[in-house]
Design a protein around this ligand. Structure first.
Ligand SMILES: NC(=O)c1ccc[n+]([C@@H]2O[C@H](COP(=O)([O-])OP(=O)(O)OC[C@H]3O[C@@H](n4cnc5c(N)ncnc54)[C@H](O)[C@@H]3O)[C@@H](O)[C@H]2O)c1
Length: 246
């Protein structure tokens, strides 16, 4: 621990598991006070204890009213939010021609609209304070696409577009918005993916292996901190085992 985020107040969505949880843990280890937001209250409470977070709040990021309430609770608990990390996400697989509109819509709602809703709720106070960091977890599949993942790839490409556009809107107020586009990472999210897909994916990777959540978290620490994160505006950083070199 170096105290790189000493006394920063952070809200991490999807903080109960995987990449969000690892980011929450790394932030807390660097001195930040962290609240986890997740739809799974039991997992979130347990994770908050495990990673030394200040607490957890429950919301479905795709639900406008739940996001409003949860962000208000988090702001009250922390006294404000300096860093927002959007890591909540879902992943299902289906070829486009077999995909129902409901499956498409659910992925867009959680993986893209969820980012819009939390940003809209959190960013205005950052702008008023003249400082803040937003870190959106996209995916390399936004850049290269993924078979049977049109909904997910489209949502994540949307996250990168949202990141750039919002960065342009608020950089002049001292609020820096960036994205991280990880490659395949060993988390519960990929548990459901077929072994054939995973084997083929590993073979494509220059490193020959999936990453671990704690190998993504330091990129978020960089973007959240100063002076390391001070010049990143609308960027997409790629801890991705070399799968994409944009
Ligand atoms: N694992 C990977 O290979 C990988 C690669 C690139 C990007 N990502 C992205 O990283 C982020 C984190 O994924 P992960 O791999 O850690 O997955 P994970 O399943 O381990 O964690 C996701 C968390 O988000 C929460 N969540 C899901 N839907 C939610 C909702 N509607 N409202 C609130 N919380 C919700 C889950 O409860 C869970 O705690 C996601 O956005 C994912 O798309 C993952």
């Amino acid at each position: 621990m170096t105290g790189a985020l000493q006394d920063r107040r952070a809200l991490v969505t999807g903080g109960a598991s995987g990449i969000g949880r690892a980011i929450a843990e790394a932030f807390a280890a660097e001195g930040a006070r962290v609240v986890l937001l997740d739809r799974d209250s039991t997992l979130a409470e347990q994770a908050a204890r495990d990673v030394d977070a200040a607490g957890s709040v429950v919301a479905d990021v795709a639900d406008e009213e739940q996001v409003r309430q949860a962000v208000t609770e988090a702001e009250q608990a922390l006294g404000g939010i300096d860093v927002l990390v959007n890591a909540a996400g879902i992943l299902t697989q289906s070829p486009l021609v077999e995909m129902s509109l409901a499956q498409w819509q659910q992925t867009i709602d959680v993986d893209l609209t969820g980012v819009f809703l939390t940003c809209r709720q959190v960013v205005p106070a950052m702008v008023r304070r003249g400082a803040g960091r937003v870190i959106n977890i996209a995916s390399q599949l936004a850049i290269k696409g993924g078979e049977s993942l049109t909904h997910y790839s489209a949502a994540k490409a949307g996250v990168i577009g949202l990141t750039k556009a919002l960065a342009l809107e608020v950089a002049r107020y001292g609020v820096l918005v960036n994205a991280i586009a990880p490659g395949p990472i060993e988390t519960p999210l990929v548990d459901g993916i077929s072994e054939d897909w995973k084997t083929a994916k590993r073979a494509e990777l220059p490193l020959g292996r999936f990453g671990r959540p704690e190998e993504v978290a330091p990129t978020a620490v960089l973007l959240a901190g100063s002076p390391g994160g001070d010049l990143y505006v609308g960027q997409t950083l790629g801890p991705n085992s070399g799968d994409v070199m944009p």
